[in-house]
Design a protein around this ligand. Structure first.
Ligand SMILES: [Zn+2]
Length: 122
């Protein structure tokens, strides 16, 4: 499922994926700290209401946090993917760091998808 949301993760060695994902997650929080703080408060409130409704069975109440964090994952997907694209580019892969377009065989020096100039990061 994670590969469906972040298909470029497949291109990294399995043992590095966890660290790369954590880095991208942190980058997304750094980019929108206020939104993340608001999300945490919302999750706590949702949990609190769910705990009250389900007579303080916290294991059930905690389940209501997942949709709240799923929203965060979906809304920060672009930022996280940009981190992966940048990382792939620094490893010498021909990939646009702006849109993730595969630049194999590109000779024009600009991304045909978004027009970003191709700068080798190696
Ligand atoms: Zn591009």
């Amino acid at each position: 499922m994670l590969f469906k949301i972040f298909p470029e993760l497949k291109q990294f060695p399995a043992q590095e994926r966890r660290a790369l994902f954590d880095n991208a997650r942190r980058a997304a929080i750094r980019e929108r700290p206020l939104a993340f703080a608001l999300l945490v408060v919302t999750a706590i409130l949702v949990c609190g209401v769910a705990a009250f409704v389900f007579h303080f069975r916290f294991s059930i109440a905690a389940l209501f946090c997942f949709p709240v964090f799923a929203v965060w994952l979906v809304t920060s997907r672009r930022t996280m993917r940009k981190c992966f694209w940048h990382n792939l580019a620094t490893r010498g892969q021909p990939i646009c760091t702006h849109c993730g377009h595969n630049l194999t065989g590109n000779t024009s020096g600009t991304c045909p998808e978004c027009g970003t100039p191709v700068v080798p990061l190696k």
